[in-house]
Structures are given as C-alpha cells and as structure tokens.
Design a binder for this molecule. Structure first.
Ligand code: FMN
Length: 423
C-alpha cells in the first residue's frame, strides 16, 4: 500500500466487484460480525474463547460498541472529495492510513504462522504492527520478515528488571520504533469463557516466544524433574506434551527435557508486576530513547500524569473489554483524555474498532490513529497472511470512503463538529 493521497477506497471496491464478475469473492467477510462468526469456525473452542472473550459479563465489550453507535457522523456535501489523503504522521513517520495492528498475544491459537503471517501482512500494507510481549514468534523472526516496515514493541512489565531491559534492548535491535507499555494487565482479568474451559494458553507454553527466546529468561530457568508420586491423568499428559511442543525445537527435541515446564512455571511466576507504579517509569526512560506510549489510559488525570512524566504517547484502551468488566468504553473516555492532553502528545485508541466509520469517529474525538484488534486475528484464522492483508485493506478502503462521503478530504479536517451524539 503506497502513500494515501488518491482514490484507493474506490479502487478496492472495484477490485472486489470485478473479481465477483469472475466468480471470486473476498477471502474474508466484509462485515465485522460475519468475520467473527466465520473466523470462529476455523478455530478450536479454547482458541475462540480466548480471542473473542472478555472480562466478567462482557459488559465493557458491549459498551465499546454502544459508544461507537451513540456517535453519528453528520456528512457535508458538494465539497469536491475526488482526492483524499488518509495519511497521518506519528513520531516522525508518515503512515498511509490511521491504522496500526494492536499487540495480540498467543496468535498461534488462530494460525500456526501466527505473528509471522501478521508481520508479513502488515509490512505489505504499510501498517505498523505492535509486537506483543506474549507473541507466538520471537520478535527477531518477525522483524526479519518485515524488511524496514514499521513495528513497535508492547511491553508487559515483568517482576524481573533484567528481563524488562533485555526485551527493550531486543526491541531496539530489531528496529522497533516505539515501546508501548500496557498498564491494564498487571493481573489477568476474570474471563468467564476461559475459566469455564479452564484454559490459559500460557499454561501450555503458548504465547511465550519472546520469553523462551530471551537469554535473561532462559538463564532464570531451573528445570526440576516431574514429581512421579501420583499417576498422571491423560489430560495432564496432553498438557505437558503441548508445553513441550510449543517450546523451541518442538515436541520431539523436548520429549526428555524439563525446560518447557520450567519455562511455563517461570513465566507464570514473573510475567507481570501488580506493584507497578508511576515511580517505575523513569527506569524505562533510562533504558531507551525510543518514544514510550502508555496503553490502557482511561482517566484524564492519568493522561495528565503521563504527560507530566515525559511520556510520548497514550493509547486509550480497555483492552477490548478483557480486563475490567463494567469499565468505561474507550471512545467515551477519549474526549476527556484528549482535553487533558491538549495536543501535547499523540493519542491512539482501541477497543471495539470494527470499521472505517469507527476510526472516523475516534479521530474526530481526538485520536491520531486507532488500533485494529480482534478483526485481524479472525482474518488470520481464516486465511493466514492473506486474511490479515484483506482485513487491513478493507479497513483502509472503508475509512477512505467514509472520509470522502462525509465531505472531508484529509484526516486533519476531523473534529467533534463532524459528529452528533445520541443520548
Ligand atoms: C486475544 C487477545 C490477546 C491480546 N493480547 C494482548 C497483549 O499481548 N498485549 C496487549 O497490550 N494487549 C493485548 N490485547 C489487547 C489488544 O491489544 C487491544 O487492546 C484489543 O484487542 C482491542 O479491542 P478489540 O479487539 O475489541 O478491538 C489482546 C487482545 C486479544 C483479543
């Protein structure tokens, strides 16, 4: 995807309709709900529950969508919208569209190629990918497949400062252009779907590739032989085999190794730090000169503190409703956060973004860009790299057409006056 001044929404539309004349349909559904429904069929029960689910009653997931519904675009007409520019500039880099791919962990649940397929798709479309701390492929592997396409790194702050430093060093070395610290997941939310299935991907070694490829993490491993006191159940054997299969080298190489289980134990003991506070941030600043963003900000006072702490950007997010059930919708939190920030640093938003109109609304309310979350995971489940590419292209085209049809020719024209909010 090249620079974004032009008419690419219509180009994409015509590509789809002309392919239809030859009897070909898009590889992923265009409707967000259908994307999820069809994506679900390609995943196991546990995988779908982990990706689709949210915390508690999932009321925050519903609130995210309701907030987008409550804001309506008020189109203007007769404004020559034949050429449109959907580009935005973030930290000195111009992006073709206001979209980035959110960090999503354990993507091997959707497709074996996981982050590698996503990285290739993001690079091909010129959309930055935010590597997850919980990725299924090491960041170096994905970066190598992306050429010089933009990528950022998302950090879960573990209890080991040495591990944090190692992750940041590796992210810099593989060309990440920003560090996104996720603050809303110092503990896992209470996720009913996963609890019902008693399934956590990390407990079977999935989504741990950044750790098992890390020299600091692997030096911490203390393999202990399994206790043989009681006869293991078939399920316990299966879980153990899954952990061994997920560990570098694969099942065969790890059959006799105690490292995979040691890695799971070590990970569960250290992956997050509930004691994290504002006082820890200067330490990260000392580790890197890359822009630092805080992900999971929903209160204007926290946004003010972030600016005061010299943070470079904010991601307004409730983690797709996966953490605090009943939390405010990201879009509802955005105006007050934007007001508090007063344009001093860029604000990104995610949670519930399902199409071009949602991006339009978030940008109108003060975001500089939005993150695509679950929809690309469903694209990955459906058709690997190609599925993710199509999801990105569909978001981009939908946004471009919405922009023009609303009477705008550039992202800079978006402001709250473009929207009406329905009580
Ligand atoms: C399966 C799954 C795994 C996720 N893993 C991470 C992660 O590793 N790090 C992170 O900061 N956010 C993670 N998120 C949150 C996303 O970055 C993003 O905030 C969220 O998906 C946005 O909501 P949406 O999917 O409803 O659009 C994850 C989300 C999902 C659905």
């Amino acid at each position: 995807m090249s620079a974004r001044a032009g008419d690419h929404g219509r180009t994409r539309q015509m590509e789809v309709y002309l392919a239809g004349l030859r009897g070909r349909r898009g590889v992923v559904p265009f409707d967000a709900d259908k994307l999820e429904t069809i994506g679900r069929r390609r995943m196991g029960r546990e995988a779908y529950a982990y990706i689709a689910g949210g915390a508690g009653l999932e009321s925050t997931m519903a609130a995210n969508r309701a907030a987008f519904e409550r804001h309506r675009i008020v189109p203007r007409v007769l404004r020559d919208v034949s050429q449109r520019d959907t580009s935005v500039t973030l930290f000195g880099r111009t992006l073709p569209t206001p979209f980035l791919l959110a960090p999503i962990g354990a993507l091997e649940l959707a497709n074996r190629e996981a982050d590698l397929a996503v990285g290739k798709a993001a690079a091909a479309e010129g959309v930055p990918l935010i590597f997850s701390s919980q990725a299924s492929k090491p960041m170096e592997v994905v970066a190598a497949a992306m050429g010089d396409a933009p990528r950022w790194f998302q950090l879960y702050w573990s209890t080991s400062d040495e591990l944090v430093a190692s992750f940041v060093r590796r992210a810099e070395a593989c060309g990440c252009e920003a560090i996104v610290v996720t603050l809303d997941t110092t503990m896992l939310g209470w996720r009913a779907r996963d609890l019902d299935l008693a399934h956590l991907p990390f407990a079977v070694g999935k989504g741990m590739a950044q750790y098992t490829s890390d020299p600091v993490f692997t030096a911490m491993l203390r393999p202990e032989p399994l206790e043989r006191s009681s006869r293991p159940t078939p399920a316990a054997v299966r879980s153990l085999l899954r952990a061994k299969a997920s560990y570098p080298g694969g099942l065969r190489a790890n059959l006799r190794s105690d490292l995979p289980l040691a890695a799971v134990r070590q990970f569960l003991a250290t992956y997050s730090r509930p004691s994290l506070s504002w006082a820890d941030l200067p330490q990260l600043r000392e580790l890197t000169s890359l822009p630092i963003l805080l992900k999971g900000i929903l209160h204007p006072d926290d946004a003010r503190s972030a600016v005061g702490a010299g943070i470079d950007g904010i991601v307004v997010s409730n983690h797709g409703g996966r953490q605090v059930d009943g939390a405010i919708a990201s879009l509802d939190a955005l105006p007050a956060v934007a007001d508090a920030v007063g344009g001093r640093i860029p604000i990104l938003l995610d949670s519930g973004v399902r199409g071009g109109a949602d991006a339009f609304k978030a940008l109108a309310l003060g975001a500089s860009a939005v993150l695509i979350g679950r929809p690309y995971a469903y694209g990955l489940a459906l058709a690997g790299e190609q599925g993710v590419r199509e999801v990105i292209r569909n978001f981009a085209a939908d946004f471009d057409l919405t922009l023009g049809l609303a009477g705008c020719t550039a992202v800079s024209e978006l402001g709250p006056e473009r929207l009406e909010s329905i009580p």
